[in-house]
Design a protein around this ligand. Structure first.
Ligand code: SAM
Ligand code: GLN
Length: 294
């Protein structure tokens, strides 16, 4: 039998040695024990129940080998919703929660008078964005696509457990939507945007699907494809929302200006002050452009 305090301290030390963030230890214990953090600290000198201790040790062993905590648990939290994750889907990131919040604000601002909002999440992965938007904006009619049918299986399950009504369709970028002839108010995409030769953490590159990560030599391959085809899909008044890489502002600005000269756009920073979100507006006037205010 081991006390909580002793086990946590021992694993925090091992994390430091293995270059794993030591906060992972408490975060994992909170999930595994289904107890609140303050409750664990309040009873820090108690013995751990044997089955918890065994499971905790086995999970920490995997985490110390750089396996993401979300894979060890089998789920992660996104915008307060529980999302099943596995090797077929990208683990949804906190930055993407911010993207969802910014999308919801703009849906309110631009489509307050509309009865329904036609939206799509392209490359939905776990379904995190589509599910959040569908649950948080009741007026939305949500579609979600992915080229990976394995990812879609997980997204379908996540939509079910979270009670989100979403039409899923497999296919390559805009193709299935163009075939179907949909007309959209909002197009959302967090595409793979990492340049192919970028060095990445082992926990990402060894455990997450490469089809979800890499976006050609400069990371902009999927944006180019969407910018080239989006006009066929969008209504006259519409916006597009993308996540992007922190170092893509200049290249992205050039690409939007060149390929969508009639549109207006802004690039927003995430909570770490990094360029992270791109919004592109068609036929929507009267907004403030944070890009030009900086
Ligand atoms: N939307 C999820 C999120 O934000 O957590 C996952 C985003 S992940 C960065 C990119 C997703 O795009 C992956 O699920 C991947 O399978 C999908 N994808 C890659 N190539 C695609 C393509 N040609 N057409 C459609 N989806 C694609
Ligand atoms: N933000 C993810 C990472 O850094 C990548 C997401 C993406 O390519 N869209 O691992």
């Amino acid at each position: 039998m081991t006390k909580f305090s002793k086990a946590v301290r021992a694993y925090e030390k091992l994390c430091r040695q293995a270059d794993v963030p030591e906060e992972t230890v408490m975060a994992y214990l909170v999930e595994l024990s289904q107890r609140e953090r303050y409750d664990l600290y309040a009873n820090y000198e108690e013995e751990m129940p044997q089955d918890l201790e065994t499971e905790f040790a086995a999970g920490m062993e995997r985490i110390l080998h750089q396996e993401p905590m979300a894979h060890v648990l089998g789920y992660s939290w996104f915008y307060g919703y529980k999302m099943i994750v596995n090797e077929d889907v990208l683990i949804p990131r906190v930055e993407t929660e911010e993207l969802c919040a910014e999308i919801l604000k703009r849906m309110d601002r631009y489509f307050a008078d509309c009865e329904t909002i036609e939206a799509v999440d392209i490359g939905t992965g776990s379904g995190a964005i589509a599910i959040t938007i569908a649950r948080e904006e009741p007026k939305v009619h949500m579609r979600a696509t992915d080229i990976s049918t394995d990812a879609l299986k997980t997204a379908v399950k996540n939509a079910e457990i979270n009670g989100a009504d979403i039409s899923f369709v497999a296919g390559d970028m805009l193709e299935p939507l163009i075939e179907e002839g949909v007309k959209l108010d909002v197009l959302i995409c967090n595409p793979p945007y990492i340049p192919e030769d970028e060095q990445m953490e082992k926990s990402v590159v060894d455990f997450e699907p490469h089809v979800a990560l890499f976006g050609g030599t400069d990371g902009l391959y999927f944006y180019r494809r969407i910018f080239a085809g989006c006009r066929q899909l969008l209504k006259d008044k519409a916006f597009m929302a993308f996540e992007m890489g922190w170092n893509q502002r200049e290249a992205m600005s050039r690409l939007v200006a060149e390929t969508l000269p009639e549109a207006q756009y802004e690039i927003l920073k995430d909570m770490n002050g990094k360029d992270r979100m791109l919004f592109v507006y068609f036929g929507l006037e009267g907004m403030e452009y944070s890009d030009e205010q900086e």
